[in-house]
Design a protein around this ligand. Sequence first.
Ligand code: DQA
Length: 148
Amino acid sequence: MTSVLVLNGPNLNLLGRRQPEVYGATTLAEIEAMCRDHVADWGWSCDCIQSNHEGALIDAIHATIGHHDGLVINAGAYTHTSIALMDAIASVEVPTVEVHLSDIHAREPFRHVSYIEKVALAQICGKGPKGYVEALDLLKTHLETEGM
Ligand code: DQA
């Protein structure tokens, strides 16, 4: 069975109450349920992990080897700082799509830089929770055209 990992980084556990004017009212549990439901229609499975710790995110990326065919990642603020996360994604060679709820390019200049972008198939931002669904659709197209 095709399997994907949806990985969320720091502070995203607080979605729904965290700066709703920036990130919206949808909780992380609701986003994860949306992702699971979306891929279930294709007969895929979806694991969802959130961590506030960079090392735990790296471990989760490493653990995709042999278990997951694709990765959707919102690395939160580590997006803008973490060469280690970028290296982890490059090391496992699992097709990856980067997601952000907000439009990072329309915000503070320090959010315009993404290390994840350098190793991802695509970056989706500014679309709210729908961005995760769009990322899964992109992965599906990629896996169907490039093979598993
Ligand atoms: C975010 C954007 C990041 O700049 C920020 O640090 C986050 C959330 C987003 O989903 O819009 O934590 O990744």
